[in-house]
Design a protein around this ligand. Structure first.
Ligand code: ARG
Length: 401
């Protein structure tokens, strides 16, 4: 039987050419698998037909948009995960769900190898291959761009030579990856890190010439998951989509950073994640009133470590799983409403309420009739500073000798 290879297919030039390129280089049959993670754009049926037109023996489209929102975006939200304090892991969290569907397709179609279109310089090759090694240890991996010398110029020549049903003239200088959690844009003009991004780079967020009126929104959470927007019930996917639209219209969630890739390169990235950033902001503010101080402080460091693991392609690792368990436990009381104003590129919280809040008005108030006994503060401070005071006494004594 002819060997079969499952290819992670996006519908773009590189992976379209990869179908025939892999076929010629290996003699294998190629099965194209596209995964819907809410990236929008062309219909998946169009993409499927293109794969067949480019020579795939089978083309398969997995609708994973709800799965992606529920099982990948929601844990990222619950972790308040921002790699290096900025990046909500847009591409990093999509790779594991794509891998899951690639491995599933490999099983269904009897393939021995999985192929992806990543270069040898990025994080995504690592995320794909570490994921595949974990979920399908018997499967091999190839990356035609990296391993079979499929350069951009060769791809265009190949497509024109074979008359593939794919646009080769439209020159997009950027490398773009997008899904419902956000959009990543890199390369081209942006590689000069002093260059400001031009307007045409953005798609999920508006640069309003005449800013729209401020948009006030109330997001309701249940155990760290958004369940309603302005009182209307939503699924996680709908919550992200709705906030992509509303926060995006106000220019919320634009990120311009130089980040540390796993392969040791620093690289310039432009992200737009209006829904993700609005949700993370709201979620964090709800945690501020519902999570106890020490648990909250510790959770911040756990969330940071979680983000690094996920960025580094360790989604399926034991440590990541253990941190998931911790994070999930912290979410038990993260229920209630957050009201925020979306305007001028910012999402600013201006109200919060929760049945499980730890905010105690009677303790906090400066009005008369509070329940906080201020006389306890003196003794507390004396003991709290005792250890540093003893040490400083010793410092003075030693310096004096
Ligand atoms: N640097 C980001 C990451 O590693 C985004 C990569 C997106 N890929 C792309 N082709 N633009 O998660």
């Amino acid at each position: 039987m002819t060997e079969r290879i499952v290819l992670a297919y996006s519908g773009g030039l590189d992976t379209s050419v990869a179908i025939g390129w892999i076929g010629e280089a290996t003699g294998a049959e190629v099965i194209a698998v596209a995964v819907d993670v809410g990236q929008g754009g062309e219909s998946l049926e169009t993409i499927r037909q293109r794969a067949l037109g480019c020579g795939a023996v089978e083309a398969y489209v997995a609708d994973a948009s709800d799965e992606f929102a529920n099982e990948y975006c929601m844990p990222t939200l619950q972790a308040n995960a921002l790699y290096q304090g900025h990046y909500p892991l847009v591409s990093a969290i999509s790779r594991p769900v794509i891998v899951k569907h690639l491995v599933k397709a490999a099983r269904e179609f009897g393939a021995t190898t999985v192929a992806h279109g990543c270069t040898g310089k990025g994080n995504d090759q690592v995320r794909f291959e570490v994921g595949i090694q974990t979920l399908g240890p018997d499967l091999k991996c190839i990356a035609p761009v990296r391993d079979l010398a499929l350069t951009r110029d060769k791809a265009i020549a190949f497509a024109e030579d074979k008359g593939l049903p794919i646009e080769t003239t439209k020159k997009n200088p950027y490398s773009i990856d997008q899904n419902v959690w956000g959009r990543a844009v890199e390369t081209g003009y942006l590689e000069d890190i002093w260059n400001a991004p031009t307007k045409d780079i953005y798609d999920y967020t508006a640069t309003p010439e005449f800013p729209p009126a401020p948009d006030e929104v109330t997001i309701s959470f249940d155990a760290g998951i958004p369940v309603a927007i302005d009182g209307v019930k939503v699924t996680p996917l709908q919550a992200i989509q709705e906030l992509n639209r509303r926060a995006g219209a106000q220019g919320v969630g634009r990120i311009d950073v130089v980040e540390d890739r796993l392969v040791g390169i620093k690289s310039r990235e432009i992200y737009e994640a209006p829904g993700a950033m609005a949700l993370i902001t709201a979620h964090k503010h709800l945690e501020d009133i519902t999570i106890e101080r020490e648990q909250a402080r510790f959770k911040a460091t756990v969330g940071q470590r979680w983000a690094e693991l996920v960025y580094d392609g360790q989604w399926f690792s034991p440590l990541k799983r253990s941190l998931d368990a911790f994070i999930l436990d912290t979410q038990r009381y993260v229920s209630g409403d957050i009201r925020m104003v979306l305007h001028g590129g910012q999402a600013i919280v201006n109200g919060r309420r929760s049945e499980t809040s730890l905010y105690d008005f009677d303790l906090a108030t400066y009005d008369t009739g509070d329940t906080f006994d201020q006389s306890m503060a003196r003794g507390f401070i004396e003991l709290w500073g005792m250890s540093a005071k003893v040490a400083s006494g010793r410092d003075i004594r030693v310096a004096g000798k």
